[in-house]
Design a protein around this ligand. Structure first.
Ligand code: ADP
Length: 223
C-alpha cells in the first residue's frame, strides 16, 4: 500500500500535460496524488508518485473520500472531455481546494473554467506559442533561472491591463504573491531596485525573485 500523500499536490488526468506536471513535481521531491479514470495510465504512474488512484474526477463522493478539498494545489489536466474538466473544477472548489489549476482546450473552455472557480487556467498551446515567439524575438532576455531547488528568478512581462497604472506599493506583490521585484525594464531602460512608487506600464518587464511556485503564479496573473 502506497504511503499517504501529504496534502500538497494532486494531479487529475495523466495525459501528456498532466503526466509532465506529475513527473516534474516528483523530480522536485514533492509528494503527489495522481488520479486518472484509466487503469492502464495509473499502472504507469503508480511506481513514480506517492499515491496513484483510479477514479472519476466527476465522482463527488470519491473525490471527497480522497480528501481533495484539503490539498493546496490541484491540477485538473483533462482536456478532451470538457464536461468532466468543468465538473471536476467545480467539485474541487466546492470541496475547498485552495489553488485549482486547470488546463483548457479553447478560450471558451478557459472562460467557463474561470466562472466555476478555477484559480488558474492554462492553455498549453497558446502559452507555449507565446513563449517560443518571445524567445525568438528577445533571445537575450533571461526567462527563468533556478537559484536553488525552490527559488527562481524570472522575467515577467506585464500584459494584464488590471495591473497597469498601479504602483508597486499598491500592488503589494510581496504580500499578495510572495514575489519581490528587483528590476523593471521599460522599453530600453532598466530600473534596478525600483521605488515602491514606480507605476507599472503595459509591456514592462519585471524581474522577480521568489519561490518557483510563487513566481509561476505571478507570471500567470501578470500575463
Ligand atoms: P493531453 O492532451 O494532456 O494528453 P487528454 O485530455 O488527452 O490530455 O488526457 C486526459 C487524461 O485525463 C487521460 O489520461 C484520461 O484518462 C483522463 N481523464 C479523462 N476524463 C477523466 C475523468 N472524468 N476523471 C479522471 N481522469 C479523466
Amino acid at each position: 500500500m502506497a504511503k499517504q500523500a501529504a496534502k500538497n499536490y494532486a494531479v487529475i488526468g495523466l495525459g501528456l500535460f498532466g503526466g509532465s506536471i506529475c513527473k516534474t513535481l516528483v523530480k522536485r521531491g514533492q509528494e503527489v496524488l495522481a488520479i486518472d479514470s484509466n487503469e492502464t495510465v495509473i499502472d504507469d504512474y503508480a511506481p513514480l508518485v506517492t499515491q496513484a488512484v483510479i477514479a472519476d474526477a466527476t465522482d463527488e463522493i470519491a473525490m471527497k473520500n480522497l480528501a481533495l478539498g484539503q490539498f493546496d494545489h490541484v491540477f485538473i489536466c483533462i482536456g478532451q472531455n470538457m464536461q468532466a474538466s468543468i465538473m471536476a473544477t467545480l467539485i474541487m472548489k466546492e470541496l475547498g481546494a485552495k489553488n485549482v489549476i486547470c488546463k483548457a482546450e479553447s478560450p471558451l473552455h478557459a472562460r467557463v473554467l474561470k466562472k466555476v472557480g478555477a484559480d488558474q487556467v492554462i492553455q498549453p498551446e497558446v502559452d507555449m506559442g507565446r513563449r517560443v515567439a518571445e524567445r525568438i524575438l528577445e533571445p537575450n532576455i533571461l526567462h527563468y533561472l533556478m537559484l536553488n531547488k525552490d527559488v527562481s528568478l524570472s522575467d515577467v512581462r506585464l500584459e494584464n491591463k488590471q495591473l497597469v497604472g498601479q504602483t508597486l506599493r499598491q500592488l503589494a506583490l510581496n504580500d499578495r504573491y510572495q514575489v519581490t521585484v528587483i528590476a523593471i525594464s521599460h522599453q530600453d531602460q532598466v530600473h534596478v531596485s525600483p521605488s515602491p512608487d514606480t507605476e507599472l506600464m503595459l509591456d514592462d518587464r519585471l524581474t522577480v525573485v521568489g519561490k518557483a511556485t510563487a513566481v509561476d503564479k505571478f507570471n500567470q496573473i501578470a500575463s
